[in-house]
Design a protein around this ligand. Structure first.
Ligand code: PLP
Length: 710
């Protein structure tokens, strides 16, 4: 019997690729079609060893590697006994993992507009996608019956270049889905399975790609179909496409189309998890099934609601998208009829005051209305979200608004670099990673000698420095800078120097500009006897002029003494750059304006690698900081007079940042014993791993979702 859910289609694609390889390399083809390799120790090295040069050219996409590498390289690899043995072993392990029976758990469909699984699948922008990708990977590791539902953007998210004046520019590159490690879901091995959604007064057709994230299938809907006009195909062109109507159409395709696709594939999820409001139309599609079966709209919606949980992610007003009645009519004018309800009742679902015709249709209010449980992504964010949406719950005090908190966590096998993983594999015992959410697992860290811990840190920093030298030199030449300026990058970064990192979405509230708030103090840090070097990265949204100006103002310092040698801005921040930065930086800086950081996860990734956080007490850091495991900037209590005076808040927070760097961070890093080991620093690294390791990982997060939300 052939499965309708695409599993046969992926297996067929892997066989077809395998048939083109020398027999000894066939196991690589199955590995290539399952992203589990990307978080399995040795997985990346295995593919790289086939053809290291091509591996880079193919942007670490194993299907492209095996398709595009030369006959000669394949023949050589096929005679490499070590490589062949490793491939066979890895394929056997993967096969065994895939054959495990599923854990007893509700079948869960996880909807999200972006998924960050790997840099070679560019359907993500940042933190939201990373969280979604990490949840799928964790679900796979634990054999939970999950499926991810998203969209396949043919041009992905924008890429970034910086012009010589420091102004960020964006461009898009087109994905070739036939070279992606995934395949179209078919009904019979040949014809693509399609679904259609009525938008703009016509039926828009989408096909469905399946990408295996370990055992968990990720389904991506794609409007690039011959039935659709070129304009309609644009719906799945770009993540967070500029035109609001296209964006609304994306969300409708994701929610309604996604649910239809699941049904067409024979899936009937017990839990529908809406990760952010974008997919909040999905429960309406579930309700529609009830309506078709003869139920009333209200009853059917109540039944759909009983299966739906919702996670809100942004405490920023503008991040919660809302559409006017006119926009709703243009894009989804036929939906009320389909639901056998009227426009007013449907719009009321997305309004705070049902009868207020002037109020736009908000995706977050909709998400809250159509789900039986909701949560924010840190304790602080839970409180902020309760206050923010209290007006939807008439007669309920802020504190009783039914929005819970599940603090984010990161998928440790994806984000912990090999030197730290090897160190912990040696000391934390057999399969410690499966017990990562148990504080006792991390106790043996106390017995890890400082020398070993420091050695791991130094090798990760050295790897980052190598990478940063090359990247910075290439970026500079690409911007049209002089040869001397590019060479400064090669000479500069030093593997033994305290390395600070700051990388995140370059929007105003992240306050990158605090780093240069006091120019003299910032430059003095670079020029001190005890040196500091710094790596920056970040992409402001194409329409975010303010974010772009902030990046440009940092570039204005490029000719100041030592800046060209000790500071680099790495262009085009993505998962690959992030992985390098979070593993190699000694200190990870985060200075958002509270309480606008819903959670933050990059600092957790840094901590998993033995990096230390220096952060404003907002989001997850407010829960994690205990005085011994990093550094905190207190900022002002939210709601206080001082906190509403942004200029004053910036000045105090910047001063606190420099104070901590000058008085604590730099001296501690350079305070060495007779063997050159910074004992005090190592103690902090150990405290950070011990306290953050067990709590801010995806294992604990998924446990909480399962016990409290599902
Ligand atoms: C982890 C990650 C993020 C999210 O980190 P924040 O701490 O929320 O800024 C964003 N972008 C990329 C590429 C990441 O890997």
């Amino acid at each position: 019997m052939s499965a309708r859910n695409g599993s046969d289609d992926v297996a067929r694609a892997a066989r077809a690729l395998g048939a083109r390889l020398p027999a000894a390399l066939e196991p690589l083809a199955r590995l290539a079609y399952d992203y589990a390799w990307s978080w399995t120790p040795g997985g990346e090295e295995l593919f790289a060893s086939v053809d290291p040069y091509r591996w880079e050219l193919c942007a670490h996409n194993p299907v492209r590697l095996l398709t595009e590498t030369t006959e000669h390289a394949l023949a050589a690899a096929a005679t490499d006994d070590t490589l062949v043995g490793r491939a066979r072993e890895a394929a056997a392990r993967l096969g065994a993992h895939r054959a495990r029976p599923s854990a007893e758990a509700p079948e869960t469909a996880f909807f999200c507009t972006e998924f960050a699984v790997h840099s070679s699948l560019p359907v993500y922008s940042g933190g939201l996608g990373v969280l979604a990708g990490d949840i799928l990977k964790e679900a796979s590791d634990r054999a939970l019956p999950y499926a991810g539902i998203g969209l396949l953007y043919r041009q992905g998210y924008f890429r970034q270049r910086i012009d010589p004046s420091g102004w960020p520019l964006e461009y898009w590159s087109t994905l070739d889905p036939d070279r992606m490690p995934g395949t179209l879901v078919t009904t019979d091995g040949v014809s693509p399975l399609t679904v259609s959604v009525r938008m703009f007064g016509r039926d828009i057709v989408a096909q469905v790609w399946r990408v295996d994230v370990g055992r968990v299938p990720l389904y991506l809907l794609d409007a690039e179909r011959i039935e659709n006009s070129p304009v309609d195909r644009w719906i799945t062109s770009r993540l967070y496409v500029g035109d609001r109507r296209f964006r609304l159409a994306q969300y409708a395709l994701l929610g309604i189309g996604g649910m239809r696709a699941l049904r067409a594939m024979g899936l009937d999820p017990a839990v529908v998890h809406l990760n952010e409001g974008h997919a909040a139309l999905a429960p309406l599609e579930l309700a529609l099934e009830g309506v078709r079966a003869g139920g009333s709209f209200d009853e059917s919606l109540a039944a759909a609601r009983a299966r739906t949980v919702f996670t809100t992610h942004t405490p920023i007003g503008a991040g919660n998208e809302a559409y006017s009645a006119e926009e709703m009519r243009i894009v989804l004018g036929d939906l009320p009829d389909e639901l056998m309800t009227d426009e007013k009742s449907m719009l009321a679902l997305g309004r705070a005051r049902a009868g207020d015709a002037t109020e736009p249709f908000g995706m977050t209010p909709l998400g809250l209305r159509v789900s039986r449980a909701a949560n924010g992504v840190s304790e602080i964010h839970g409180r902020v979200a309760r206050a923010m949406w209290a007006h939807l719950y008439v007669g309920i005090a802020d504190a009783d608004v039914p929005i819970d908190a599940v603090t984010n966590g990161v998928h440790v096998p994806s984000w912990m670099a090999p030197p730290m993983r090897r160190l912990l594999d040696r000391h934390l015992g057999e399969s410690w990673i499966e017990r990562a959410a148990d504080a006792r697992t991390w106790e043996p860290l106390d017995d890890v000698p400082d020398a070993e811990l420091w050695d791991a840190r130094c090798s990760m920093r050295a790897a980052l420095v190598d990478y940063a030298r090359e990247r910075a030199a290439a970026d500079r030449l690409g911007r049209g800078e002089s040869m001397e300026y590019a060479e400064a990058a090669l000479r500069a970064f030093d593997p033994n120097v305290l390395t600070l990192g700051f990388a995140r979405r370059a929007t105003a509230y992240k306050r990158l500009y605090l780093l240069t708030h006091d120019r003299a103090r910032a430059l003095a840090l670079l020029d001190g006897e005890q040196r500091v070097q710094m790596l920056l990265a970040g992409k402001p949204h194409p329409q975010d002029e303010e974010g772009k100006r902030i990046i440009q103002s940092v570039f204005e310092l490029k000719w100041a003494p030592h800046v060209s040698e000790r500071v680099a801005f790495l262009e085009d921040y993505d998962m690959r750059v992030a992985r390098r930065l979070v593993s190699g930086c000694d200190v990870w800086i985060n200075v958002p304006r509270p309480p606008l950081e819903a959670c933050g996860t990059s600092g957790m990734k840094a901590a998993m690698n033995g990096g230390l956080n220096l952060s404003v007490l907002d989001g997850w850091w407010d829960e994690a900081y205990d005085g011994t495991n990093g550094w905190a900037i207190g900022s002002h209590p939210v709601g206080s007079r001082a906190a509403s005076d942004h200029a004053a808040q910036d000045a105090t927070d910047a001063a606190a940042l420099y104070d901590i760097l000058e008085r604590e961070v730099v001296p501690l890093f350079y305070d060495r014993d007779a063997n050159g080991i910074p004992r005090g620093w190592c103690a902090r690294v150990r405290a950070s791993l011990r306290t953050i390791g067990p709590r801010f990982n995806a294992t604990r997060m998924l446990d909480e979702y399962r016990t409290r939300m599902y």
